[in-house]
Ligand binder design. Structure first.
Ligand code: BGC
Length: 660
């Protein structure tokens, strides 16, 4: 007995010193312990309003999940939290405040086309996660934007696989560089929210590899994420979490992935099948799953081997976490510095869609009449697991010093206070209730309020706001303007132009919307997506020219939804046939008469650039305008994006050579 205890102690002592010790540990684990390790520790407080405790003490309130600790062997529990735009935890932790920075959402950040910026933001996310005791950040979300209507597109990066993969790799390197793991999600083909637990994505093999798998292949090759999250849906008739082909043949054998596969937060599924497929850790985990495994693998040597493979992967993950914990230096989140970064990152990501007669930038002393409910209550993020408990948010109305129209402003403030004006269309009702208040509906405007405000203003600034979220796709009608929005744009444009004043539109949206029917009403349109907690400041930075816009669209803005073939097969409850194959986003416009409202890669600047291709294929970029700015070069092969680079800030007349 003493001998057994001594050897056990020895194994525990050296466990984290060398990979071989994972094997030694495996040898001394009981079947029960193995089962405990591969089934997570229970539901966390997914909804910030509820607080369902884990089985055991909750280390980080509001985290999404934990693994079981096995005290006898010195195996600690691993803490996992969302998410893509900031660390989603409860803002009160053990009697202290614990706010996290709400960075711009995925589709916004991606519009920067700046891998370095992704890394920088990733670094800040990693630091905050580490400071709050989170070991794995459930991020980045990297599904392809197959349709503009997917409710979670706000968390994703692009319709293009290469762009998604490269940007996500930057994000992963940034987070993991701070000793916090990532979970690239949702593998694979989780491109809609409707029926997300049981919908079957039917996709042919070529399309799978060229479009939907590609970003994951790139992120694994270039950044080695600690975990991959298998999705909720089915793929070609099989649950992704139960697909040995997907999780073992493709992920392990083809791409040589060595990290752990964890399931998205599913209720009980066929646990044994999950294990056999190579889904190493079942999250969030429940007691029934443990019973399934105890029963299924007892007395079955083959089964036990498969279980061991999973246990090994989880032990390797625990080992990484343990080592990282020792090296982490961040004890307090640097919220002030990160707010500055959130502001800069947002401003670097905004996309200038139109700027007639150099309406923008605005001069500093311009008097602004501010319209649109989201000018007064900005949509800074989405609902669901991508929501962040930020300490504050900056609205446009908070930062425009010289806004005019007292009556207008007080009506908007009154509107913003009334909860009945919130839009229920985004996300599950309960998700919205607990993870975000929902965007304000547009306020019907009286002509006299508009006139009164515009009489004393130099310019009209109108914001259109939209929120989307997890658990529900956007309605088709969400793509078009609502009646109130249309009335607002028409009336403000009329009254402004009658007075010889211009109208600037700010799109504070979480997804692509229709623009053809109204864009001629505006003199300038700036797309700011959901820009995070510093939104108002970042928007003003760009409107006033303190930052020259350099964002580009990472997805096509179609004239009509029907112009994208995926629209014919989107949002079915049970089966979604990807009949358009690789005709996704800009690829759908090849050899077609149709043209998009704004194409993939589109984005204006306050300055001008020239591009010259040199003999070795590199591109010489010159700032030929009168303001410092940044420029993106895209290389296309067979009409698809094959590489991209962004310049540093180039002063007027300055040049830079960009290599593929
Ligand atoms: C979402 C994941 C998230 C997880 C944990 C799931 O519902 O699909 O993206 O990471 O919950 O909150």
């Amino acid at each position: 007995m003493r001998r057994v205890l001594c050897s056990l102690l020895f194994v525990m002592c050296v466990f984290f010193a060398h990979a071989a010790n994972v094997d030694s540990l495996l040898n001394v684990m009981t079947h029960k312990e193995k089962v405990r390790l591969v089934i997570g520790g229970g539901w966390g407080s997914l909804f910030s309003g509820f607080n369902i405790p884990f089985c055991g003490k909750q280390q980080v309130p509001g985290a999404a999940g934990v693994t079981h600790a096995i005290k006898r062997l010195g195996i600690p529990s691993v803490v996992m939290a969302d998410g893509p735009a900031g660390v989603r935890i409860k803002p009160r932790q053990h009697g202290k405040t614990a706010y996290a920075t709400a960075f711009p959402v995925g589709c916004c950040l991606a519009s920067s086309w700046d891998v370095g910026l992704m890394e920088e933001v990733g670094g800040a996310l990693g630091e905050e996660a580490a400071a709050y005791g989170v070991d794995i950040l459930l991020s980045p979300g990297m599904n392809i934007m197959r349709s503009p209507l997917c409710g979670r597109n706000y968390e994703y990066y692009s319709e293009d696989p290469l762009l998604t993969g490269k940007l996500a790799a930057g994000m992963v390197r940034g987070i993991q560089g701070k000793g916090v793991g990532t979970s690239v999600k949702h593998f694979a083909c989780n491109n809609q929210e409707t029926g997300r637990m049981h919908n079957d994505s039917q996709v042919d093999s070529l399309t799978l590899f060229n479009i939907y798998f590609k970003p994951f292949e790139i992120v694994i090759r270039e950044s080695n994420p600690w975990t991959v999250m298998s999705s909720y849906n089915l793929l070609n008739g099989e649950r992704t979490q139960e697909s040995r082909w997907l999780l073992t043949d493709v992920l392990r054998r083809r791409w040589h992935y060595e990290g752990a596969v964890i399931s998205d937060w599913t209720f009980r599924r066929r646990t044994r099948r999950q294990i056999e497929a190579g889904n190493n850790l079942m999250m969030p985990g429940d007691v029934l799953q443990r019973m399934d495994l105890k029963k299924a693998f007892k007395e079955n040597a083959d089964g036990e081997n498969m279980l061991d493979t999973c246990v090994k992967r989880v032990l390797q993950l625990v080992e990484k976490v343990q080592r990282a914990r020792e090296e982490r230096r961040w004890r307090e989140p640097r919220l002030e510095e990160h707010a500055v970064l959130a502001r800069r990152a947002a401003a670097e990501s905004f996309v200038l869609l139109c700027n007639e007669g150099n309406t923008l930038p605005l001069s500093p002393d311009v008097r602004i009449a501010l319209f649109g409910a989201s000018s007064y209550d900005m949509v800074i993020g989405g609902t669901g697991s991508g929501h962040v408990n930020a300490a504050y948010k900056v609205n446009l109305s908070d930062v425009i010093g010289n806004s005019v129209g007292e009556r207008l402003k007080s009506e908007y403030r009154r509107w913003a206070k009334g909860n009945k004006h919130r839009n229920k269309a985004a996300g599950f009702g309960f998700m919205q209730k607990y993870l975000g208040r929902g965007a304000l509906k547009e306020m019907p405007l009286k002509r006299e309020w508009i006139r009164e405000a515009l009489d004393s203003a130099d310019i009209a600034l109108v914001t259109v706001g939209r929120q989307a979220g997890e658990g529900r796709d956007r309605e088709r009608s969400d793509f078009s303007l609502t009646g109130e929005e249309r009335d607002m744009l028409c009336a403000v444009s009329d009254e402004a132009h009658l007075r010889g004043k211009k109208m600037v539109v700010v799109l504070n949206v979480s997804g692509v919307i229709e623009t053809m029917s109204w864009r001629s009403l505006a003199d300038a349109v700036l797309l700011v997506w959901c820009p995070g907690q510093e939104g108002g400041n970042a928007v003003m930075d760009v409107l006033t020219g303190a930052v020259n816009p350099s964002g580009r669209l990472t997805m096509t803005w179609p004239m009509r939804l029907e112009d994208l073939p995926s629209t014919r097969n989107f949002g079915d409850e049970d089966v979604t046939r990807y009949e358009e194959r690789d005709s996704v986003g800009y690829r759908a416009y090849f050899d077609s008469e149709r043209i998009p409202a704004y194409e993939f890669g589109y984005g204006l600047s306050y300055t001008a650039f020239s591009e010259e291709t040199l003999t070795d294929g590199s591109v010489l970029v010159r700032n030929t305008g009168r303001m410092a700015g940044r420029h993106v070069v895209m290389w296309m092969k067979n009409r698809c994006l094959s590489s991209f680079r962004k310049t540093r800030l180039l002063q007027p007349g300055e040049e830079e050579v960009l290599r593929e």
